[in-house]
Design a protein around this ligand. Sequence first.
Ligand SMILES: NC(=O)c1ccc[n+]([C@@H]2O[C@H](COP(=O)([O-])OP(=O)(O)OC[C@H]3O[C@@H](n4cnc5c(N)ncnc54)[C@H](OP(=O)(O)O)[C@@H]3O)[C@@H](O)[C@H]2O)c1
Length: 341
Amino acid sequence: MIDTVNRRIVLAERPQGLPTAKHFRLEEAAVPRPADGQVLLRTLYLSLDPYMRQLMDETAPVYAASVGLGQPMAGGTVSRVAATKHPGFRVGDLVLARAGWQDYAVSNGDDLTPIPPMERPSLALGGLGMTAFTAYVGLLDIGQPKPGETVVVAAAAGAVGAMVGQIAKVKGARVVGIAGGAEKCRFAVEELGFDACLDRHDTRLAGHLDAACPDGVDVYFENVGGPVFDAVFPLLNIGARIPVVGTIAHYNDAAPPPGPDRLPQVMTMVLQKRLRVQGLVILDHYEDRFEAFRRDMQSWVADGRIKLTEDVVDGLQNAPLAFIGLLEGRNLGKLVVRVLP
Ligand SMILES: NC(=O)c1ccc[n+]([C@@H]2O[C@H](COP(=O)([O-])OP(=O)(O)OC[C@H]3O[C@@H](n4cnc5c(N)ncnc54)[C@H](OP(=O)(O)O)[C@@H]3O)[C@@H](O)[C@H]2O)c1
C-alpha cells in the first residue's frame, strides 16, 4: 500500500559547529509519482553517517554535493520498489538507493543496486555494505597489516572502526582501539576481540597508548583526527601505513584549530619515518573490490570471526537526534534508522 503523504526531513538552517534539532525540519509533501522510466521507492532503512555533517555546509567535500536549504537531507537507504514504470524493476524489489531522509523518492534506476534476499536487509548499509567496505579496502589495500604488527584504530566501537579492528585480527595483527568511554572499550575488547581499547576522553590517553603499544604502531587507521592523531603520531614506526578515511573530530569546526602550524613537523616525520599516508574515498572502489569484500566478509561472518554490530533507531522523525548523537559519540555500531516499522 502506498501512503498519500511523504514525510521528509529537510535542512532548515546551516549549522555552525555541532548541529541541533533546529537545523532540521520535518515536512509533509505529496508522494511523488514515477514518470516513464522511473520507480517509486519506499524507504525501509536510512543510513546515518558522519559525512552528512559536511553536506550541511555550503561547501561540501569534493566527492559529494552539498544539501540545499529546504531540501531533504541526503543519504543511503535500503528501499523497496513501491511502484514501477521501469522495465528493469518489479514491485517488491529491494534495492540500495540514495533516497535520502524521507519515506518515498523516485529514481530512474541508475543509482540503484539490487539487494539479494537477506534476513537483515539493513546490513547492506553497514556490516555488509559501505562502512565495512571502507574498513576492508582501507585496511587491506593501504594499511596492509602483517601478522604480529600493531594496528591502532579510533571510533573503535563505531561502524568503520569495529570492522577495521576485527579484520586486522583476522589478519593476525595486534589491535589497539580507542573509543569514547569505558563501556565502548569493554565492548571492543570483550565482544569484538580487540587486544586493548583506551578511552579517548581520558587526559592520560597519550601515556596509556604508549604503554599499550610497546612495539610502536605499524598501521594507524585514521578515521577521527584531532587529539587522537596527536597521541598516535609519535608512536608510528618507520614504514608505518596510515589509511586516511575520515577526520570526524573536525567536522564541526567553524575555524581552523588554534595553535602553531604543525604542518612542517608532520611532513618532516612523514619523510624521516617513510610513512605512507593515503586518502580513501570508498566510492572509487566498488567496481574493483566490492566482490572480494562481499565474499570475504560473508565467510568471516559465517565462521564467527567477525560480528556485525548495528545501532537501530526507530522512526524517521528521530533521525536528527540520532544523527547528532552520532557526532557526539552516542552510537554503538553502525547507526541506521528503521523508517518503515
Ligand atoms: N572515506 C570514506 O569513504 C568513508 C566512508 C565511511 C566512513 N568514513 C569516515 O570514517 C569515520 C567513522 O565513520 P563511521 O560511519 O564508522 O561512524 P561511527 O564510528 O559509527 O560514528 C562516529 C564515531 O566517531 C567518534 N567521534 C565523534 N567525535 C569524535 C571526536 N571529536 N574525536 C574522536 N572520535 C570522535 C565517536 O565514537 P567514540 O565516541 O567512541 O570515539 C562516534 O561514535 C568518519 O570520519 C567518517 O567520515 C569515511
